[in-house]
Every structure is written in structure tokens, then in C-alpha cells.
Design a protein around this ligand. Structure first.
Ligand code: NAD
Ligand code: SER
Length: 314
């Protein structure tokens, strides 16, 4: 473990900041190199090495992997669902070419492990709405979902064909207080806490009864670390694992906030993101992740809301 050298690409993003800090606490600050196209997130300041890097530039990425003696790569750079619908070509290019660059370098340099997240966005309107299983009809209707589904098969292909140990989770919507979300359909579930505390009021861009699968960031970070630490023979799904913790609608999260802030008010003005949300399942069956490497969530809606409000008040 002491000899691992880990590169986190997209380290200044919503997941990247917390994952980089968590990896640094396990592997040592100097063993985890944070990389991003944009400037270093202030929360990473003084916690370890940072390089400015564009994952689309394969040569630049290759040089960094060799120069930094990298043994594991976590690829988080991507364009998410809502931003992707505004610029489909850009989303496809970044989400696909970034992954292919990392997989090729991992093969060439015999990188020990690669992590790449997929999403519940792989599922589409023809997938089961409730308890959507690991293996089912998958016909995504967003460019983001298409890129994630294609990416899952590239990961599986590099594993079968070249032996690259690439692992993946289909994250639900992630809720965090440390860094802001980056253009997804589930971002409302972060913003609502900020607005509840700052203004006592929130206008949601989804209908009040829109149920979606969600997870609190500490659970998502722990799931990622547990997946990556599991022995390779426990990883039976080489596309991407379903992963679940809770499901709720805007009206249910508003009710959970009202348990702490009784005067909180929410109204809804659905926009183009409603169609994206309506295409996704409302809940996920993640039994393979639980059976294969022992996944279990800690947070539900009530405990997440209590923690979010407490953390944001400080
Ligand atoms: P984010 O948008 O917050 O962060 C992505 C980071 O990648 C940003 O800091 C951005 O500057 C960086 N980046 C963009 N283009 C780059 C490039 N060319 N080279 C280097 N860095 C670049 O996204 P996130 O929410 O942290 O998501 C990380 C991963 O997790 C993505 O693959 C996303 O699809 C996946 N995911 C996220 C969620 C969620 O709810 N946040 C849910 C499912 C899956
Ligand atoms: N949270 C993400 C999004 O809404 C799901 O991948 O795009």
C-alpha cells in the first residue's frame, strides 16, 4: 500500500475533492496526485501534489503517469447529464476520449488499477422503474447515459482483452456539502439545503413527486474505496455495479428539511431536466454489489438531512 502512486483526474470536482482527501488519508498525502483542467479546489490546498492536466491530451497524460510513477488512476473528469444535453458532441468527446486515453495508457504502462464511475443514467424509459436490476433492458436517451453505457463496455473490454483491472460503480445522484455539483439532474438535492438555510425558500427544477435514487457523499466515497480495495476475484461485474442507498422526491427532501426548519417553503418549476429525470429508474437493486464485495449504505434521508444541515451551518 505504501508504494501506491495514485492519480485522480477531475480532482477539483464534486466527487474528486472528497475522494482525493480520502485517498490521501489512507495512502499518504504525497502518494495521491490531484489533477484537473481547472484550478485546484481550495479544499485541496496544502494537502498534497496537484498537476494541471487535460485528460483529452493523451501525450500530456502519458508524461504525467510516467513522471509521477503512477500505479492507480481514478478518472472523474466528465460532463454530466444536464450540461451534456446542452452540448452533446462535447459530452460524447470528453466522456469517451478521456476514458479511452486512460485505458490505453493503463494498458501500455501496466497500471495496477483503474477506477471510472458510471451512473444510473445508463438506464432509460424501458428499464424497470422500481428496483431496477443489474442486468436488464438498458436503452439510455441522454448523451450522458449513452456515453456511460458505451464506457462500461470499454472497461469490460480492456479487462477481458488486456487484463486491465478497471472497476466501476453506477452512482446514483450524490449529495455533498464540501464541493458543489457540476451540472447534473440531481443537483437540486444539494442546492435545496443551501437555499433552505440561506433563504428559507427553494424553487425546484423538478416536479415535486419525482423520485430518484440518491446517496450521501460519505457513503459514495466509502463504496469507491471498498470496491477498489476488494480482492480482484470478488469483482464479478466488469461493466459497472449498480449501487444504491435511498430514493426520494423533492417533496420528501423538503419534508425532511422541515423537521429541522419548520418554516421552509418549496415550489417547483420543472424545466428540461424533468424529461431526463423521468427517463431514469426511481429505485435501484444493487444486490450484486452487496453479495460480491459487501456493500452496505449508512445514511438514509433523515440522517443525511441532519448531517447536511449541521455541516452547512458551520
Ligand atoms: P464534476 O463536474 O463536479 O467534476 C468533474 C471535474 O472534471 C471538474 O473539476 C472538471 O474541471 C474536470 N474536468 C473536466 N474536463 C476535464 C479535462 N478535459 N481534463 C481534466 N479534468 C477535467 O463531476 P462529479 O460530479 O465530481 O463527477 C465525477 C464522475 O462521477 C463523473 O464521471 C460523473 O459522470 C460521475 N457521476 C457523478 C454523479 C454525481 O451525482 N455527482 C453521479 C453519477 C456519476
Ligand atoms: N447525478 C448525475 C446527474 O444528474 C447522475 O449521473 O447527471
Amino acid at each position: 500500500m505504501a508504494n501506491e502512486r495514485i492519480l485522480v483526474i477531475g480532482a477539483s470536482g464534486q466527487i474528486g475533492v472528497e475522494l482525493t482527501l480520502a485517498l490521501r488519508s489512507v495512502y499518504g498525502n504525497n502518494q495521491v496526485v490531484a489533477a484537473d483542467l481547472r484550478e485546484m479546489n481550495p479544499l485541496l490546498e496544502g494537502t498534497g501534489p496537484y498537476v494541471s492536466l487535460d485528460v483529452m491530451n493523451k501525450e500530456m497524460l502519458h508524461v504525467q503517469v510516467i513522471r509521477q510513477n503512477i500505479t492507480q488512476i481514478y478518472l472523474l473528469a466528465a460532463i454530466l447529464s444536464a450540461t451534456g444535453e446542452k452540448n452533446p458532441a462535447l459530452a460524447w468527446n470528453l466522456n469517451m476520449q478521456g476514458l479511452l486515453n486512460v485505458l490505453e495508457i493503463a494498458r501500455e504502462e501496466k497500471i495496477q488499477k483503474v477506477y471510472w464511475p458510471s451512473s444510473i443514467a445508463v438506464f432509460g424509459p424501458t428499464s424497470p422503474k422500481q428496483h431496477c436490476p443489474q442486468h436488464t433492458i438498458i436503452e439510455p436517451t441522454t448523451v450522458y447515459g449513452i456515453s456511460k453505457y458505451a464506457g462500461e463496455f470499454w472497461c469490460s473490454y480492456y479487462h477481458q482483452r488486456f487484463g486491465v483491472d478497471v472497476r466501476s460503480l453506477r452512482y446514483p445522484g450524490l449529495i455533498s456539502y464540501k464541493s458543489a455539483p457540476g451540472g447534473g439532474t440531481t443537483d437540486y438535492a444539494v442546492d435545496i439545503y443551501h437555499q433552505a438555510l440561506n433563504k428559507g425558500q427553494y424553487t425546484c427544477f423538478l416536479r415535486s413527486d419525482t423520485q430518484l435514487p440518491m446517496m450521501y457523499m460519505p457513503d459514495a466515497i466509502r463504496a469507491t474505496m471498498e470496491l477498489m480495495e476488494a480482492p480482484a476475484d470478488r469483482i464479478k461485474v466488469r461493466t459497472s455495479y449498480n449501487l444504491s442507498a435511498m430514493s426520494f422526491s423533492p417533496e420528501e427532501i423538503a419534508d425532511s428539511i422541515r423537521a429541522h426548519l419548520p418554516a421552509f417553503k418549496m415550489d417547483c418549476k420543472p424545466d428540461f431536466r424533468q424529461a431526463i429525470a423521468d427517463s431514469w429508474p426511481q429505485s435501484i437493486d444493487d444486490s450484486p454489489a452487496r453479495a460480491d464485495w459487501g456493500w452496505k449504505e449508512e445514511f438514509n434521508l433523515a440522517s443525511m438531512t441532519a448531517d447536511m444541515l449541521m455541516q452547512l451551518k458551520h
